[in-house]
Ligand binder design. Structure first.
Ligand SMILES: [Zn+2]
Ligand SMILES: [Zn+2]
Ligand SMILES: [Zn+2]
Length: 139
């Protein structure tokens, strides 16, 4: 499906910055606002970081992007939204990877004892060392 069609399906007005941001996110990865802005500017001139930030907000609210913010990291955006996948974060270099959720829908973990809360999400982040950082340590 084209970015234009995806935007229309969600009831969003089609604008060039929205199309460009969506295309950048569809290339994959977990990008911060500056990384998205740099890639968008390679396609369109003169798009402010604030404009990119606003577009990312609109796409997130429409369920077309997911925003994550691992501790110690700036907010990251990705195209893979709505599948409740989790993240593995490297303590050494901050690299972020996707981990499929075994359950696939939120919440995939429930607190054992009744907390009195209705739980709608369990935010799971795995922390460790990526392969590159492990190799560096061994040297
Ligand atoms: Zn690493
Ligand atoms: Zn992800
Ligand atoms: Zn899960």
């Amino acid at each position: 499906m084209s970015p234009e069609q995806i935007l229309r399906d969600r009831g969003l007005r089609v604008t060039r910055p929205r199309v460009a941001v969506l295309e950048v996110l569809r290339e994959g990865g977990h990008l911060d606002v500056d990384q998205v802005a740099t890639k968008v500017r390679a396609r369109l001139d003169s798009v402010s970081t604030q404009a990119v930030y606003d577009v990312l907000g609109a796409l997130s609210r429409a369920g077309l992007a997911r925003r994550i913010e691992p501790a110690g990291s700036s907010a990251r955006y990705e195209n893979r939204a709505g599948d409740n996948h989790h993240h593995v974060v490297c303590r050494g270099c901050g690299a972020i990877g996707d981990v499929d959720c075994v359950v696939g829908e939120a919440p995939c973990l429930e607190p054992t004892a009744g907390s009195g809360f209705v739980i709608d999400e369990a935010e799971v982040t795995f922390w460790g060392l990526c392969a590159a950082c492990q190799a560096n340590q061994e040297r």
